[in-house]
Design a protein around this ligand. Structure first.
Ligand code: OAD
Length: 262
């Protein structure tokens, strides 16, 4: 085990004993894999208007422009790998599940699939997945490879002859009830540890899940090199990159990574 002054002993012990662990992740956990975040200096929203690329109105105006951005992001995801932070969380899930009554859930705002590729099994994709698509007419969803997206016409067309859109949550849209339900069900049995990693935590539901876990007795830990409003309410705010902190917080062997599918 690497000892760093950054991680207090009491926190290491807490992580080493936790039985119910709730994890929220955002774009920051994938930053060290080479996936840009949204806000901040190198973030997507620095150079792009989110309402052009990630809103129903923007898509209706110019679906080709939006799709070009999503195709670029999909292509990037094929070139990147999960990092040490994703791997440490996959390891933590195995460790926690081996404890009596142990369970862990990751609620990720990321659409990149990197947690699953690192070996995490209980992952709720709050904002959907960039690799899935949805027919704008029928609402039917397609897994990657079920319909032609890359290498076909832009914007891609569904089998029903309508536009396909990425199966992600856009600005102005509600998070679907299914992921919310899975998270609420998990939180009904209060977690003893809640980790909030790599998110600017601007959305009310993210803040509410974290603070509810805390008020139900969880030790709340934020991992983010920058200060956030949520960090001020955490028991521990570790201001460092997730790919450095998580392996130190969660030592041990990693499960085997899965290859990207499709
Ligand atoms: P943001 O881009 O808002 O925030 C990323 C956070 O990660 C920032 O707080 C950074 O300080 C932090 N960060 C950067 N590098 C890090 C590292 N190596 N380790 C840990 N943290 C790091 O991304 P999100 O909070 O995920 O939604 O954004 C939430 C949602 O807003 C996204 O899902 C997306 C976006 O607009 C939609 O597109 C609907």
């Amino acid at each position: 085990m690497i000892n760093t002054p950054r991680i207090p002993r009491a926190l290491r012990d807490r992580v080493g004993e936790a039985r119910r662990v709730f994890v929220i992740t955002g774009a920051g956990i994938s930053a060290e894999s080479g996936v840009p975040t949204f806000r901040g200096k190198q973030g997507y929203w620095r150079n792009h208007n989110p309402l052009d690329l990630a809103s129903p109105e923007g898509f209706a105006r110019d679906p080709r422009l939006a799709w070009e951005w999503y195709l670029e992001r999909r292509a990037r995801l094929r070139r990147v790998e999960p990092n040490a932070g994703h791997r440490a969380l996959a390891r933590l899930e195995r460790q926690v599940e081996a404890r009596p009554g142990g369970a862990m859930l990751i609620a990720t705002q990321n659409v990149d699939g990197l947690h699953q590729r690192a070996g995490s099994r209980r992952v709720v994709e709050v904002h959907g997945s960039i690799m899935r698509t949805r027919c704008t007419r029928t609402g039917r969803e397609f897994e990657e490879g079920e319909v032609t997206v890359e290498g076909g016409s832009v914007p891609p067309i569904s089998p029903a002859g309508a536009l396909l859109r990425p199966a992600v949550v856009w600005f102005g849209e509600n998070v679907p009830l299914e992921p919310i339900g899975r998270i609420q069900t998990f939180l009904e049995d209060p977690p003893d540890l809640a980790l909030v990693i790599g998110t600017s935590a601007l959305f009310g539901y993210i803040i509410a899940w974290a603070l509810n876990a805390k008020s139900d007795g969880a030790t709340l830990v934020e991992i983010n090199p920058q200060r956030t409003d949520l960090g001020g309410q955490a028991h521990y705010a570790l201001q460092a990159p997730a790919g450095q902190v998580l392996p130190e917080l969660i030592p041990g062997e990693s499960p085997t990574e899965s290859p990207i599918t499709g």
